[in-house]
Design a protein around this ligand. Structure first.
Ligand code: MG
Ligand code: MG
Length: 255
């Protein structure tokens, strides 16, 4: 069931979202050749602690997971699409990094992700990352009262497919509120004009996940968490938590 948020509750979620933005900004700033993913997780923990927030990722255990998630960020490098566990892997020149982070503040959750390169970027990676953010922007622009969930899905899918990229099937956005994953689900592809009507007070995470080769398939790592492309091609992920309001979409996870 979709829980609509009051304007006061949306303001509280904005504060949680701001913390997520601070985490992602700090992590991206710290990410450089030679820095380990575990160190980036430490950077994120420090920002959450300073803000008086906790992580909805830490110890999270959805039905598919063999173990509770051990970190406060997902760090997915190169052919890892999403859900990467921060390990002792040290970033190398030209790596494509996707960082997903959440914050819980005063009982409200924010969820956002960015992708970027470290060192000298491959041109193909820059295009892929730009497309992920363009797909996110298109999805956000469609998150309007009067539209339906399918309009968001269609907007995202169109950007991805027109650019020739693959889309992770069965993974997409979701409602956000007191917990990280609520109704409704927000697919990254689908027909326009279908699905639940968007209403003032709906808060959703919109999160395109693009596969560079144009193929859609992926596989889990032996760790049970990390999802990788099957062909070794690189992937990018971009996400914001967005409130649907009578005055248009409002990004809650901006700085
Ligand atoms: Mg996320
Ligand atoms: Mg999400």
């Amino acid at each position: 069931m979709v829980q609509l948020k009051t304007d006061t509750q949306i303001e509280a979620m904005r504060e949680a979202g701001r913390v997520v933005a601070q985490v992602l900004t700090s992590v991206q700033k710290a990410a450089a050749v030679g820095v380990s993913l575990r160190e980036l997780d430490g950077t994120a923990r420090e920002i959450l602690r300073e803000a008086g927030a906790t992580s909805p990722f830490f110890n999270y255990r959805p039905h598919f997971a063999p173990t509770p998630f051990p970190a406060v960020i997902c760090a997915s490098v190169n052919d890892a699409i999403v859900h990467g566990i921060p390990t002792d892997y040290r970033l190398r020149d030209g790596d494509l990094v996707s960082i997903d982070a959440g914050a819980t503040l005063d009982g409200w959750v924010g969820d956002s992700a960015v992708s970027f390169t470290v060192g000298r970027a491959r041109p193909a990676d820059t295009l892929l990352i730009d497309a992920a953010f363009a797909a996110l922007d298109a999805g956000i622009a469609a998150a309007r009262v009067g539209n339906r969930i399918g309009d968001i899905a269609h907007a995202i899918g169109t950007v991805c497919r027109d650019a020739g990229y693959g889309i992770m099937e069965d993974f997409g956005g979701h409602g956000v509120g007191r917990t990280m994953h609520e109704d409704p689900s927000v697919p990254n592809e689908g027909p326009a004009g279908r699905g639940m009507p968007l209403r003032h007070g709906m808060v959703i995470a919109i999160e395109p996940m693009l596969i560079g080769s144009g193929r859609d398939d992926f596989r889990p790592d032996p760790d049970g968490w990390t999802l990788r492309t099957t062909d070794g091609s690189r992937a990018a992920h971009a996400e914001h938590t967005v409130a649907v309001t009578d005055s248009g979409p409002r990004i809650l996870t901006a700085l």
